[in-house]
Design a protein around this ligand. Structure first.
Ligand SMILES: [Zn+2]
Ligand SMILES: [Zn+2]
Ligand SMILES: [Zn+2]
Length: 270
């Protein structure tokens, strides 16, 4: 399984255009890994998780194309994760040759937001699957299980996705908050090989629907007690907010001390 980080920032991006905080100043000064688009990953060039407002620029900046994408999972309807106009550009008006048929997986809020644009499924070359938490979906070589996060309750709760592909297991957890006991129990003994989880406010205070580094560790420890991880599981943090954000090399040092790797835009892992 190859995973490419298209974006690793929270809703406002890093630096946030209208902000003059210390984190934004650091990002403007040091550029590179300190600059973050809105969070999204691409698996094996064909499976996208979240299609936010930065989809076009992140694909083009990384010199890849979206033509092979045939599965799109959307975690939730917050605008940084789902910007439906980026599906509108699959229509004939923008692409003369029809793109490959694609399956969109999301909850009813996601489907509602897309339906507001007024396109039929066939105009966008899309099949849609409305998720049911904890119910697995078999698509091609992937087994995809949406699990309930503690985030975006106003949009029917965000999904985190457990994805199995040829014996490897990925948990994509952004946005998440601290899991309910039901979700924790569901993840027990799941042999997760890669955890990608938000750490929105690394050192800052955060509400219950996002994580800081303390809460990230707490969630990992709880899952560890339930044998959720395979030995050697890798832990990646994503969805960073600008607020109080350290320069990348300091962030890496801090997180590596906790056995966490901070993701950055363009990071490619296998
Ligand atoms: Zn978000
Ligand atoms: Zn800022
Ligand atoms: Zn959100």
């Amino acid at each position: 399984m190859n995973i490419r980080f298209l974006g690793t920032g929270a809703a406002e991006g890093v630096p946030a255009p209208f902000c003059l905080c210390e984190g934004c100043k650091i990002a403007r000064e040091h550029q590179g890994k300190n600059v973050r688009k809105r969070s999204s990953i691409l698996i094996n060039d064909e499976f996208l998780i979240d299609i936010g407002p930065d989809f076009v620029s992140s694909i083009n900046n990384q010199d890849i194309s979206g033509e092979k994408i045939k599965i799109i999972c959307v975690t939730h309807a917050h605008f940084d994760h789902f910007y439906p106009e980026n599906l509108e550009i699959r229509s004939k008006r923008y692409v003369p040759n029809p793109p490959e048929q694609c399956t969109l997986i999301g909850n009813s809020s996601v489907m509602y937001k897309l339906n507001m644009l007024g396109y039929t499924n066939s105009a966008l070359h899309l099949d849609k699957i409305n998720i049911e938490f904890y119910r697995s979906i078999h698509l091609g070589e992937y087994l995809i299980t949406p699990i309930e996060a503690n985030h975006a309750k106003e949009y029917g709760a965000a999904c985190n996705f457990l994805i199995e592909h040829y014996g490897k297991v990925l948990l994509y957890a952004s946005d998440t908050g601290l899991y309910s006991q039901r979700t924790l129990d569901f993840l027990s003994n799941k042999n997760i090989d890669i955890l990608i989880m938000e750490c929105t406010n690394v050192l800052g205070e955060t509400g219950s629907s996002h994580l800081n580094i303390e809460m990230f560790n707490e969630q990992v420890n709880r899952l560890n007690e339930l044998n959720a991880f395979n030995r050697g599981c890798k832990f990646y943090a994503t969805h960073f907010s600008h607020s109080e954000l350290l320069e990348y090399k300091d962030l890496k040092k801090l997180m590596n001390d906790h056995n966490i790797e901070p993701a950055f835009d363009g990071l490619l892992i296998s």
